[in-house]
Design a protein around this ligand. Structure first.
Ligand code: PEP
Ligand code: MG
Length: 587
């Protein structure tokens, strides 16, 4: 049994499906003499397909973003055409009888070792370009982006280093019951995706890809982060019982789908959903959310092979709005950077501090045409939504200063006027700030007259307040939403918004965690946006609690000094408030 970080609650048992095995366990089987020619041909075909991809990307990025950005793909093409590169791979296929993937793996190892020795940082980073090319080639050789999960008996437990959004999309409707990743933590995007699908998940397990192999039986316990590979029969039986309880609880809770969200004393709450795409929007409706409180639009870009233009984006927004509960969606503009990179936006070169660097709104400001395209598409989608009684709001991530917010408003105004002049149907939308930078959170009272609403992005706010990377398991003990300093900041923000009568929501992952929800309620919050799969349990939890009770809990918690004290206290409170929901808590 290994212990990692529990990131999505529940218990799941299934057959291991290890992703990206090519980079972890290269195939050591040698080719037969008769297979060599065919393997060389396969490699050539993969090169042709990769070259075609890269060329198409170059053209599209050049015309829609810029020459410098497109140059990255030209570099990748030249790496792939490099004589030394191809000669080595061909040589290993012919002389050592390696298959093409294994040869590429060996090449990547060799380059990594070589580049690691150089003291030049720029050169060191070039290994990432080689890696990109190798991944692209491998995808054509092995179809790793479209795993053949159908050949394995489901349910499956996906085991990966870190799940990329494109891989999650590729897994599609496969019968995935659990996710285990080597990297990542509570708020990494693999975790968020797992939660939005209601799939138990554990992250932060380095080396698990070496311990587990495809076909093994794996138990994932998303409550405390335990993962067991090939458990003994009695352990398996105990977990099967828990798994059944988990499914029963979920089935039972989903029945509150059509009920309003109200506390025990009848105070109405707004429970909205965070979504990354169409499937999540549909889940939001199915689980009983009243709206979409956060649509992370970067997933359009991350899963799109090139730059989506205005019409393509409009089509996506239209589809999402139509699928969302009450046609009501808060759209967040592109939030690239940090852990989410798009090569055509100039992110091929690693920054020393990506989370504090050129990300989100900072990057959007430097690509004004690109930014305007997104805003125009949103305003047009809002116009269409209005005719169908839908409601669209627009919010901006990583806002740090009032000047940025003013600049954003001016850009939205310009886009709106432009569309009107062009005679394109559109609608004005409420413009909001995502509060995730401490500077903005601390001075929120001074920023309120520049915004129509506030959405607290606690995933980032917590990592910045605690100076602890949300994706680094080594500092996850610090990156805690229930820590006293975080609670103090949240208290002030919620109070400032309420005093000024500004609508305020919290859309970080903590909104769906039972203990955190109780505290937020006691701090005066009435609107929450969470992974859709958490809506039923939070709706149930609300019915067990009055506002007075939540406020009394907050009064006690605000006197505690450490995160551990808060967690212990909340755990005992949850036992008495709603013991049946314990199975749905993580950590
Ligand atoms: C947040 O930071 O709290 C948030 C909701 O945005 P993301 O998780 O996409 O950074
Ligand atoms: Mg964020």
């Amino acid at each position: 049994m290994r212990k990692g970080i529990p990131v999505s609650p529940g218990v799941a048992i299934g057959t291991a499906y290890c992703i990206h095995q090519i980079f972890v366990n290269p195939d050591t089987k040698r080719l037969e003499d008769s297979e060599v020619t065919a393997e060389l041909a396969r490699f050539e075909t993969a090169r042709d397909l990769t070259a075609a991809d890269l060329l198409a990307l170059q053209h599209k990025v050049e015309s829609q973003v810029g020459h410098d950005e497109a140059a990255i793909f030209a570099v990748h093409e030249s790496i792939m055409r490099d004589v030394a590169f191809t000669k080595k791979v061909r040589g290993w296929i012919v002389d050592d009888r390696l298959n093409a993937q294994t040869a590429l793996h060996k090449l990547l190892d060799e380059y990594t070792a070589l580049f690691a020795r150089t003291k030049d940082d720029y050169l060191k980073e070039r290994v990432n370009d080689v890696r990109d090319v190798v991944i692209r080639l491998s995808a054509h050789l092995t179809d790793v982006t479209r795993p053949e999960t159908g050949v394995l008996p489901g349910p499956l437990i996906v085991v990966a280093d870190e799940l990329l959004p494109s891989q999650v999309v590729a897994l599609g409707d496969a019968d995935v019951h659990g996710i285990v990743t080597q990297a990542g933590s509570q708020t990494s995007h693999a975790a968020i995706i797992a939660r939005s699908r209601g799939i138990p998940a554990v992250s932060g397990l380095p080396g698990i890809l070496r311990q587990a192999k495809t076909g093994d039986t794996i138990v994932v316990d998303g409550r405390d982060g335990n993962v067991t590979v090939n458990p003994a029969p009695e352990t398996l039986a105990a977990f099967r019982k828990l798994e059944r309880e988990f499914f029963n609880l979920k089935d039972q809770l989903i029945e509150n789908r059509d009920q309003a969200a109200v506390t025990k004393d009848g105070v109405e709450l707004n429970l909205e959903a965070n979504i990354n795409g169409l499937t999540d929007a549909q889940t939001a409706g199915a689980t009983g959310a009243s709206a979409v409180g956060l649509f992370r639009t970067e997933y359009i870009y991350l899963t799109h092979p090139d730059v989506p233009d205005e019409e393509e984006q409009l089509a996506v927004y239209r589809e999402i709005i139509d699928a969302s509960p009450n046609g009501s969606v808060t759209i967040r503009t592109l939030d690239i950077g940090g852990d989410k990179t798009v090569p055509y936006l100039g992110h091929s070169h690693q920054e020393a501090n990506p989370f504090m660097g050129w990300r989100s709104i900072r990057l959007s400001f430097e690509h004004p045409d690109f930014f305007a395209t997104q805003i125009r598409a949103v305003l047009r989608a809002a116009g269409e939504a209005k005719t169908r009684n839908g409601k669209v709001r627009l919010m901006f991530p990583m806002i740090t200063t009032i000047e940025e917010m003013r600049r954003v408003r001016a850009i939205v105004r310009r886009c709106y006027k432009q569309l009107q002049i062009q005679g394109k149907p559109c609608a004005w939308v409420p413009v909001g700030v995502m509060l995730e930078v401490p500077a903005a959170a601390i001075s929120i009272d001074t920023m309120l007259d520049t915004v129509d609403f506030v959405s607290i992005g606690s995933n980032d706010l917590v990592q910045y307040l605690m100076a602890a990377d949300r994706d680094n398991p080594k500092v996850s003990h610090l990156c805690q939403p229930l820590s006293p300093p975080v609670l103090r900041v949240l208290k002030n923000v919620i109070a400032a918004c309420r005093d000024a009568n500004k609508p305020v929501t919290l859309c970080g992952e903590m909104a769906g965690q039972p203990s955190a929800f109780v505290l937020l309620l006691g701090l005066g919050l009435r609107s929450f946006s969470m992974s859709p799969s958490f809506v039923p349990s939070i709706k149930e939890l609300a019915t067990h609690l009055t506002i007075d009770e939540a406020e009394a809990i907050v009064t006690k918690v605000m006197k505690l000094k450490t995160t551990m004290q808060v967690k212990r206290f909340m755990s005992s409170q949850m036992e008495s408030i709603a013991p049946n929901l314990k199975l749905l808590e993580t950590g």
